[in-house]
Design a protein around this ligand. Structure first.
Ligand SMILES: [Zn+2]
Length: 106
């Protein structure tokens, strides 16, 4: 049921031609629904408040959106991971790392 209600459609605008937006369909009448607000309950969980765009239906409902999995890791988390590693190194190993970075072939 949920997978039928959520579809990703193309956003048609000259400014953001290839931007993807979440397409929500009313589970009662299959008309397009509008996202009224989102409430972030947790880093990985949001409630999405929706309203059917068909005035004759008028159904309002809440969807849950949850994070599933990473496909490619964030460059930001890689940066903090690297900094964490460098912070734990003693001066001698830092110098060794620096030498390796400056002259990787050696
Ligand atoms: Zn509806």
């Amino acid at each position: 049921m949920r997978s039928k209600m959520l579809k990703f459609g193309q956003f048609h605008s000259s400014r953001a031609r290839n931007m993807r937006v979440l397409k929500v369909v009313c589970p009662e009448c299959n008309s397009k629904a509008i996202i009224r607000k989102t409430v972030r309950k947790h880093r990985h969980i949001s409630d999405i408040y929706c309203a059917c765009a068909d005035v004759e239906c008028g159904h309002t409902f809440v969807l849950n959106m949850t994070f599933s999995h990473t496909i490619s890791p964030s460059a930001k988390s890689q940066d903090s991971l690297l900094k964490g590693i460098v912070d734990t190194l003693d001066p001698e190993r830092r110098q060794m790392l620096l030498n390796l970075l400056q002259n990787p072939a050696a």
